[in-house]
Ligand binder design. Structure first.
Ligand code: PEP
Ligand code: MG
Length: 536
């Protein structure tokens, strides 16, 4: 048995085989083949496997996100049978006597460039689809399965590091736990692990030969036992069963109010990263969605999500929440959340750089596309919007002007939209200090304690060396929260917390005493926070 230590990002026990995360950016190598018939057969078989995978994904998406969103997997199956595409690959294998992977990669590149150059928005979008289907076939030829996990069995996923764009693409049903060598407790990858409600460790220096070995992850103690002896395994199986029992007990709080013993109610909402998380919100009985990190719709893609794509996602979430509040945070890209097509370039201090609302105000068309999608979706549920990383009243004025333009454009076209509350995130010390002025401008504040802590303590939340200094209970942060609540309430502006601190049950009582109106937490923490409020 080997015991490795790291730092816990989320508690819990996982038992299962270790799987190594495969980075998706492997170069496809070109090599010569003698037997071109065999190579063509390899391609045909991989194509059939890809179609079978896509059919499976279609069924899964149909259940989880509805037919309109599932259609893409149908389209991908058809594209794989496109005669020109298939002929090009087969011809390359025959005439150049090269391996199937390389023929698929070259054809994929050629076709996607061809589509990208077309003067038609619909055809342009197909460029990303061709790349997507080609990558799928290549992964199958290389013996890898989409999602960075080789195989269909759930694994303890071990990786050097995981970018948010890689994490969102993982097939959640195949991940029992995350274990990474690098990464910090407050990174978005850590937040995603919490959303997935699975034990996660960072800073684990694992040897290269752990793949396939049986292991136990102890997310409470920050340990991983590789090839555990019988006694250890037995101990953790019992602990896992106890954990399950505790979770069952919490289930009794479903349907109950989030209210203190003396009758003070708190709105308890959940944070999500995409449509797929809504089921967890409902299962955990959250009263609404307090933070929809919309930028995840932009990650792991080759081009901007279209207005239609976004509209469908927001509408699905709003409809599934059936009238409960859904707060969509506008695009918060930049810093650790990167998408190549934004061409953000390298920055010396990305966390303090070109990100979030700064990008949206510089790129009004990108911003307006998102706002149009949100406003259109607001007709189908109760949607509010909040804006990240605000530092001035001037920014809020500019945001409101753009919102006004979007609304009047929709009106001109007779497109309906519902009443939408506007709020801002309080994530910078600047916003805290002028919260009295900002409160006059908006309907609500949502305190993003992750970034607020980073900017107040001058600690890069991505830097694992600083994890021990990142004190989210720092008196400065608690005073700031109190100040924001007081300033907000003077102007009838309700105040919530949507950063990770909102789920810290050792502070729930303090937050309630400060007068916090709302707490928005990762879905798996909803019932624990409800329990904490009910015990006050
Ligand atoms: C925050 O900063 O607290 C927050 C909720 O936003 P994010 O973690 O996505 O930056
Ligand atoms: Mg933030």
């Amino acid at each position: 048995m080997m015991v490795l230590e790291g730092k816990s990002v989320f508690g819990g026990i996982a038992i299962g085989p270790i799987g190594l995360f495969e980075k998706g950016e492997d170069q496809v190598k070109r090599y010569s083949v003698e037997d071109t018939e065999k190579e063509k057969r390899r391609f045909e078989e991989a194509k059939d496997t890809a179609k079978a995978q896509l059919a499976g994904l279609y069924e899964k998406a149909l259940k989880e996100v509805g037919e309109a969103n599932a259609m893409i997997f149908d389209v991908h199956q058809m594209m794989l049978d496109d005669l020109d595409y298939v002929e090009s690959i087969v011809n390359m294998i025959e005439t150049q006597k090269i391996n199937a992977e390389f023929a698929v990669a070259s054809t994929g590149d050629n076709f996607s460039q061809m589509f990208a150059a077309m003067d038609d928005a619909y055809m342009k979008e197909r460029a990303a689809d061709v790349r997507d289907i080609s990558n799928r076939v290549i992964r199958i030829l290389q013996g890898k399965v989409a999602g960075g996990i080789a195989g269909d069995e759930p694994v303890i996923l071990v990786a050097e590091d995981l970018a948010p764009s890689e994490t969102v693409q993982l097939d959640k049903s195949l991940v029992l736990s995350f274990v990474t060598k690098h990464g910090s407790t407050n990174s978005h990858t850590a937040i995603l692990a919490r959303t997935m409600n699975i034990p996660a460790l960072i800073g684990v220096d694992y040897p290269s030969d752990v793949e396939g070995k049986m292991a136990v992850v102890d997310g409470f103690e920050g340990k991983i036992y590789v090839e555990p002896d019988e006694k250890t395994l037995e101990h953790y199986k019992n602990l896992q069963a106890e954990e399950e029992n505790k979770k069952k007990l919490l289930q009794e709080l479903k349907g109950k109010e989030t209210v203190t013993t003396d009758g003070r109610k708190v709105n308890l909402y959940a944070n999500i990263g995409g449509v797929g998380d809504v089921a967890d919100v409902l299962v955990n009985d959250a009263g609404g969605i307090g933070l929809f990190r919309s930028e995840f719709l932009y990650l792991g893609k080759d081009t901007f999500p279209t207005e239609e794509e976004q509209f469908k996602a927001y509408k699905t979430v709003a409809e599934n929440m059936a009238g409960r509040k859904v707060i969509i945070r506008t695009l918060d890209i930049g810093a650790d959340k990167k998408a190549d097509y934004f061409n953000l370039g390298e920055e010396e201090n990305p966390a303090m750089g070109y990100r979030a609302i700064r990008i949206c105000l510089q790129e009004p068309e990108v911003f307006k596309t998102q706002l149009r999608a949100i406003y259109r979706a607001s007709h189908y549920g109760s949607i509010s919007i909040m804006f990240p990383m605000v530092i001035s009243v001037k920014e809020v004025h500019r945001i409101k002007e753009i919102v006004k333009e979007v609304k009047s454009e929709l009106e001109q076209h007779g497109i309906p939209y519902g009443p939408v509350e506007l709020g801002i995130m309080i994530e910078t010390p600047a916003a805290v200090m002028i919260s009295d002025l900002l409160a006059k401008e908006v309907d609500f504040f949502s305190i993003g304690t992750n970034d607020l802590t980073q900017y107040t303590l001058a600690i890069d939340r991505q830097n694992p060396k600083l994890d021990d200094f990142y004190d989210s209970h720092h008196e400065a942060i608690l005073r700031m929260i109190r100040m924001v609540v007081e300033n907000g309430h003077k102007e009838n502006c309700w105040v919530g917390i949507c950063g990770e601190l909102g789920a810290d049950t050792t502070l729930t009582k303090a937050f309630v005493e400060m007068g916090i109106d709302e707490l928005s937490v990762t879905p798996s923490m909803v019932l624990k926070v409800r329990e904490a409020v009910r015990n006050i």
